[in-house]
Design a protein around this ligand. Structure first.
Ligand code: CUA
Length: 186
């Protein structure tokens, strides 16, 4: 009689069988493949935005946003400026608790340099329904070249928990056909 405490006498195990060894080998090789995919996909996957982050004073960025909003303002929506910068322009969008600085109106097929920053704490820029997610960090200007390839209306949803009204931090980007016709997806 054996219990779990007293070890059995003699050679009670059998060496690993051929199939067992084969499966261990396959599992190990697959682990190595997945491990190698991490750095490989980081470089080759094409899913990392090629933005440039530079340090910026939050109040200086805020002033820049105000100037941008004044310069290209074409209207107002629920108290927020609707801003339509010309193709090729530098576009400024600032997150703060719990809002985005403007409603952007961009042109399909035109390129812009989008600058993102935060006035207070970490926010997340999540473009819905497109799968684009960026961190919006105070003290850093994240500049990213964008070319909208689809007309319609997009939501900017904060996906970084930022306090009591985080779930209501939703902005809007409208992409119009060249020439300015607004298309609604809703
Ligand atoms: Cu801003 Cu969550």
């Amino acid at each position: 009689m054996h219990s779990g405490i007293v070890s059995p006498k003699g050679v009670w195990w059998t060496p690993a069988g051929k199939q067992e060894k084969l499966w261990v080998t396959i599992a190990f090789v697959w682990c190595m493949v997945l491990f190698a995919m991490m750095p490989f996909w980081h470089i080759k996957g094409g899913q990392n935005p090629a933005g440039v982050r530079t340090r910026v004073d939050p109040s200086a960025f805020s002033d820049r946003v105000d100037r941008f909003n004044q310069e290209f303002r074409v209207g107002e929506e629920k108290g927020f400026p609707v801003v339509a910068p010309p193709p090729g322009a530098d576009v400024y969008l600032m997150g703060s608790m719990w809002q985005w600085s403007s409603v952007l109106r961009l042109e399909k097929g035109a390129s812009y340099m989008l600058h993102l920053s935060s006035a207070d704490m970490n926010h997340g820029f999540s473009l819905y329904p497109v799968n684009l997610n960026l961190q919006v960090v105070p003290g850093y200007d994240y500049a990213l070249k964008i070319t909208p390839n689809q007309a319609g209306e997009f939501r900017v949803i904060c996906n970084e928990y930022c306090g009591a009204d985080h779930h209501n931090m939703v902005g809007r980007i409208v992409v119009v056909e060249p020439g300015g016709k607004e298309v609604s997806h809703e």
